[in-house]
Ligand binder design. Structure first.
Ligand code: 1HN
Length: 349
């Protein structure tokens, strides 16, 4: 039987709809598209556009009252979902001299990428780290964390960083928990620098047993990253798509610093005109140095220092660098790789 006369099928669909059923055959191709067809679109936030609003927020509410004083960067096609890509959240956070953002912990993993200002700290699991522009800092799932900007003799300065969290992913799994600490600033159990000394020199304490799924290093300082990229630019071949690109690692595993987010830093030499590539992990970029253009799905996004932009899943992207550019980026690549679904294509010519 193959009868669709007189709306027989439509009537059938309406009858089964009443008990929450629908016919797969009407939706099959949307459910299993030939290639990624997400809603996420390319977008760029100019730092010069966002910063004045962030400073205005600094007058409207204290870090203490806000808990986290953040303006969330929402993908224009995902408004209302606190999502910069379908799986990731990003926002710009401000902490003024003299302020504390009180200690809490949650299932969501977080990364901070410092954009502006000196002198603030983040405390993670009993240790503080002072933040400088370009530093990449992690707060692993369920780790206590608080931030502060101690007032200096000269008054200090506002400190601003990009937050990246796996909020949409954890929401998808309905697996999120959160807790406030009893005190605003968590008690410290180790002097600053302990984690980097133990884990940040291509060595591990001799009897070290891995304690969590995340990296035991929680600040990857920019000075070292920058130096490595510079050295490699002088002596290595530049990749046609990436320039010189390094990924951050968890020294215990060689994998990404956190189970849900991979992070990268790349240097595009002056005059670089990159080849296009695409990958299934939608990627958030934060510009550290330099101006250029990211061509994403045919759109030309002109970027400058401290801007944030995103490349959606499977959208072709290539870079043009007017001057030497340094780009930090992050994505959900480790989740896709764990599921065996990550794909990349680097010969789009
Ligand atoms: C959070 O804990 C921080 O610790 C930043 O700085 C942004 C967004 C949603 C939920 C928790 C932080 C956040 C967040």
């Amino acid at each position: 039987m193959n009868n669709n006369s007189n709306g027989v099928r439509e009537a059938f669909y309406q009858r089964i709809d009443k008990i929450n059923l629908f016919p797969l055959w009407e939706q099959l191709h949307n459910l299993v598209p030939r290639e990624p067809a997400g809603a996420c679109v390319p977008a760029l936030w100019r730092y010069g556009d966002v910063r004045p609003y962030l400073m205005e927020a600094g007058e409207l509410i204290s870090a203490q009252e806000a808990v986290r004083r953040v303006l969330v960067l929402e993908n224009p096609a995902l408004r209302g979902q606190a999502s910069i890509t379908s799986s990731l959240y990003a926002g710009l956070q401000l902490i003024l001299p003299g302020e504390i953002a009180p200690s809490h912990r949650h299932s969501q993993s977080a990364l901070r990428f410092v954009v502006e200002g000196q002198g603030a700290y983040t405390a993670v699991n009993g240790e503080r780290t002072t933040m400088s522009p370009g530093d990449f800092i992690i707060t692993p799932s369920w780790a206590w964390h608080d931030h502060g900007n101690p007032p200096e003799a000269d008054g200090g300065e506002p400190v601003i960083w990009l937050d990246g969290l796996d909020i949409p992913l954890v929401r998808f799994f309905d697996a999120g928990f959160a807790q406030n600490h009893d005190v605003d600033a968590q008690p410290l159990s180790r002097p600053e620098g302990t984690s980097l000394a133990r884990f940040g020199h291509n060595m591990l304490p001799v009897n070290h047993a891995p304690g969590s799924r995340s990296s035991p290093i929680f600040n990857y300082p920019y000075t070292r990253t920058r130096e490595a990229l510079d050295t490699l630019l002088q002596h290595e071949q530049v990749d046609p798509c990436d320039g010189v690109k390094l990924r951050y690692v968890n020294p215990e595993t060689g994998g990404a610093p956190m189970p849900t987010m991979a992070t990268f830093m790349q240097l595009l030499p002056r005059g670089f005109h990159g080849a296009a590539y695409r990958s299934t992990d939608a990627t958030v970029f934060s510009v550290v140095e330099g101006s250029g253009v990211a061509v994403i799905a045919g759109q030309r996004l002109a970027f400058g220092p401290k801007d944030t932009f995103i490349a959606p899943s499977w959208s072709p992207i290539n870079f043009e660098a007017q001057e030497a550019c340094v780009l930090f980026s992050f994505s959900d690549r480790p989740v896709q790789q764990a599921a065996g679904i990550w794909r990349e294509s680097r010969d789009l010519a």
